[in-house]
Design a protein around this ligand. Structure first.
Ligand code: PGA
Length: 242
């Protein structure tokens, strides 16, 4: 069996096209189930997607009033209100501009003292609400999803990770220097991602060519975390720009 066939591949020419296709999938989800549980990601890939969701919400076409959201990951050692936290990113690009309720927003809380307990609680909160209906993902140049770096066990749940040098290097574009990039983060695990009911992965630009080609090769290995998706039954990959 060709495992890559279980994935729906959508090739686009333009970044905006990728954002529109992804936004339409989320809009459909919200129209069908206004109280959806949505999984969000950060990074450069989804910025256009979030802009579109904001636009459609402000036009009254969709509402987040009943939505519960879970984010994939958060840095450890970065204050929640810092410009660099993923909480700030989400407020800036989505939460501050739509009608989502504060109490319905979940990001791993890396400010708490007991981070191990936080990981367990995060997973429990996802379970309590019956799982994530639709999860957005980016992909790292090394194939990471969330902050699940190469070698992460496929049965991992939300956990603390040490970031790889390559990820810290890529993310240093948002910091003054690589020394300022956190060394650790909390991330939903590979199993947590596989537990979501449907997944949309965004990959745009030359830097993602190798990762997408590796995914298309169909080899499932913990050395290339995104390859777990080949075993998920509802994945759409929107990619292009190379
Ligand atoms: P990017 O990050 O969207 O900024 O390329 C994706 C990722 O590293 O998961």
């Amino acid at each position: 069996m060709d495992v890559t066939k279980t994935i729906k591949w959508i090739k686009v020419d333009l970044y905006n096209e990728m954002s529109t296709v992804a936004a339409n999938i989320f809009i459909k989800q919200l129209n069908e189930k206004p109280d959806s549980v949505l999984g969000f990601a950060t990074g450069a890939s989804p910025i256009g997607f979030y802009k579109q969701l904001v636009h459609h919400c402000q036009n009254g076409e969709i509402s987040f009033s009943q939505v519960v959201s879970f984010n994939l990951d958060e840095y450890i050692g970065v204050p929640a209100n810092s410009q660099m936290s993923y909480k700030t990113y989400m407020k800036e690009y989505l939460f501050d501009h739509v009608d989502i309720k504060d109490d319905n927003i979940y990001l791993p809380n890396s400010q708490t003292e007991d981070l191990v307990q936080e990981c367990t609680d995060y997973e429990e909160n996802i379970k309590k609400i019956n799982g994530i209906d639709l999860q957005l993902l980016g992909i790292g140049v090394n194939g990471h999803i969330g902050f699940n770096e190469p070698g992460t066990p496929f049965d991992s749940l939300t956990h603390i990770v040490e970031l790889s040098e390559s990820t810290r290097m890529v993310n240093s574009r948002y910091f003054n220097s690589i020394e300022d990039v956190p060394t650790h983060a909390i991330t939903m695990g590979i199993q947590s991602i596989m537990n979501t009911k449907a997944i949309v992965l965004l990959a745009f630009g030359e830097s993602k060519r190798d990762a997408i080609n590796r995914l298309r090769s169909g080899i499932v290995t913990e050395e290339f975390p995104a390859s777990c998706l080949l075993n998920h039954e509802n994945v759409t990959i929107i990619y292009g720009g190379f």
